[in-house]
Write a protein that binds this ligand. Structure first.
Ligand code: NAD
Ligand code: ZN
Length: 370
C-alpha cells in the first residue's frame, strides 16, 4: 500500500486527506483537483522545514499558476506556539494580502506547531480564509493535521486559545518524514500507540507484532498503512463529535491530561509525544488504581512505549509536581471543578472517569516522576 485517500465527512466542511509518497512536486494539481483556484498563497513553516521543502513547494505552486507565494516562518518546536508568533503570522497575512482582491490560500508546511498556530491564524484573518495542512512530522500526519483543532499556548496553559477550523485539504507526503530526527519519529509513534491503546485492538496488535519497529524505520508500506489507519480512526471520531461536545472525541486525549501538564511544566525538555507517553503510563496507573484496567494490558502498553524508545517517567525537580498539578487543573475538559480522565480498559477500549479523587491523581503523577 503506497497511497490512500480518506474523506473526513463533515457536511459542508468535508475534506480529503491524501496520503502518499513523493506528492510534493504534484501538490499544485491536488489543490486544483480539490477546487482550490487561488493564485496567492502564504506558506507558514519554520526555518528547518522551510529550508528543506519550501522551494519545491513554491515550484509546484508556480506550475499551476500561483503568481505570489509568500513564506512566513515561526520558530521550530513548541516554543514557537505562542500568542506573539500567532499575531506575527496574522501581521504577515495582513501586510502581504491587505485587500480582498488577493485573499491567499494558507498552506501549513510543518509539524503540529505550524499546523495548530497557522490553522488558528487562518480562522481569524478576514474571519476565515481557506487553508491546507501539509504535515511533515509523523505526529502531524497521524493526528494534528486532521480534525480542525487549532490553537496556541497562552499563560502557561496548552492550547488554551484556539478554535475549531477544518482545513480544505490535507496532503501528507510521507517522503518528507525521511529527514526527521529519530527522536521526532518516536514522538509521532507515541500518538500511534495511543490510537492502538484506546481505539483499535487490531492496530495495537499490529504494533506489538513488529509493526512498531517497521514504523520507526519508516518502511514505506507499513508507514502508509499505519498513517492511513490512524487517520481513519481520527476521522471516525471527529465525524461523530466534531466540536468535542459529546464526550466521544475525548478518547483522543488519552495520556494528554497529565501529559500536557507535564509537557509545559518541564520547560520544553520533552517533545509532545514523549510527554504523552508518560501521560499514558500515568493514566494507566490511575485506571489500575480504580480497578478499571487489567494488569496484563498495563504491561503490554508499557512494553510498547519502551520498545518505541519513549520515556515512561521524568526526573522530579523542585516544584515540578506542584506545577504539573496546577497546569492540569486548567485542563479544558475539566468542568465545574470536576476532573475528567480517559482511562484505558483493555486494548482498543476506554472509559471516561469524572471526579476522580485527587489523592489518586496525585499518586499517578508521582508514579511517573522518578
Ligand atoms: N491539533 C491537534 O489535534 C493536535 C493533535 C496532536 C498534537 N498537536 C500538537 O502538535 C504539536 C506537536 O507537533 P510535532 O510533534 O509535529 O512538533 P513540531 O511541529 O514542533 O515539529 C517537531 C520538530 O521537527 C522538525 N521537523 C518537522 N518536520 C520535519 C521534517 N520533515 N524534516 C526535518 N525536521 C522536521 C520541526 O522543525 C521541529 O523542530 C504540539 O503542540 C501538540 O499540542 C495537536
Ligand atoms: Zn497529542
Amino acid at each position: 500500500m503506497q497511497s490512500a485517500r480518506i474523506n473526513v465527512e463533515l457536511g459542508s466542511r468535508s475534506y480529503p486527506v491524501v496520503i502518499g509518497t513523493e506528492l510534493l512536486g504534484g501538490v499544485g494539481e491536488i489543490l486544483r483537483d480539490q477546487g482550490l483556484g487561488q493564485t496567492n498563497a502564504l506558506v507558514l513553516t519554520n526555518p528547518q522545514v522551510g529550508a528543506l521543502y519550501f522551494s519545491a513547494l513554491e515550484q509546484a505552486l508556480a506550475a499551476v499558476g500561483f503568481t505570489r507565494v509568500v513564506r512566513h516562518e515561526i520558530p521550530a518546536s513548541e516554543e514557537g506556539k505562542n500568542w506573539d508568533e500567532f499575531t506575527g503570522a496574522c501581521a504577515a497575512l495582513l501586510a502581504n494580502f491587505p485587500d480582498t482582491g488577493a485573499v491567499p490560500l494558507v498552506i501549513l508546511l510543518g509539524g503540529g506547531v505550524v499546523g495548530d498556530l497557522g490553522g488558528f491564524a487562518a480562522a481569524v484573518f478576514r474571519r476565515g480564509v481557506p487553508f491546507v495542512q501539509m504535515p511533515t512530522t509523523l505526529l502531524a500526519a497521524v493526528d494534528s493535521s486532521v480534525g480542525g483543532k487549532v490553537a496556541v499556548n497562552f499563560g502557561g496553559v496548552k492550547n488554551i486559545m484556539g478554535v475549531f477550523n477544518q482545513p480544505r485539504l490535507v496532503v501528507c507526503d510521507l517522503a518528507l518524514l525521511r529527514t526527521l530526527d529519530a527522536r521526532e519519529v518516536r514522538s509521532g509513534a507515541s500518538e500511534v500507540i495511543k490510537y492502538g491503546a484506546v481505539c483499535s485492538a487490531a492496530l495495537f496488535q499490529q504494533l506489538e507484532e513488529g509493526g512498531l519497529e517497521r514504523l520507526l524505520a519508516l518502511e514505506p508500506d507499513e508507514l502508509t498503512d499505519i498513517v492511513a489507519h490512524c487517520v481513519r480512526l481520527k476521522a471516525e471520531v471527529v465525524e461523530r463529535d466534531e466540536f468535542d461536545k459529546k464526550g466521544i472525541r475525548n478518547v483522543l486525549n488519552f495520556g494528554h491530561t497529565i501529559g500536557h501538564a507535564l509537557e509545559l511544566s518541564a520547560d520544553y525538555a520533552l517533545t509532545h509525544g514523549e510527554a504523552i507517553a508518560i501521560g499514558m503510563i500515568a493514566a494507566t496507573h490511575l485506571a489500575q488504581a480504580l480497578g478499571k484496567c487489567p494488569a496484563g494490558f498495563a504491561v503490554r502498553l508499557r512494553d510498547l512505549i519502551v520498545r518505541a524508545g519513549l520515556p515512561v517517567s521524568f526526573a522530579e525537580t523542585p516544584g515540578l509536581f506542584d506545577r504539573v498539578i496546577r497546569a492540569m487543573q486548567m485542563d479544558k475538559k475539566f468542568r465545574d471543578g470536576k476532573n475528567v480522565f480517559v482511562l484505558p480498559t483493555g486494548a482498543g477500549q476506554w472509559e471516561q472517569a469524572e471526579n476522580v479523587p485527587w489523592e489518586l491523581v496525585h499518586e499517578a503523577v508521582k508514579a511517573v516522576l522518578g
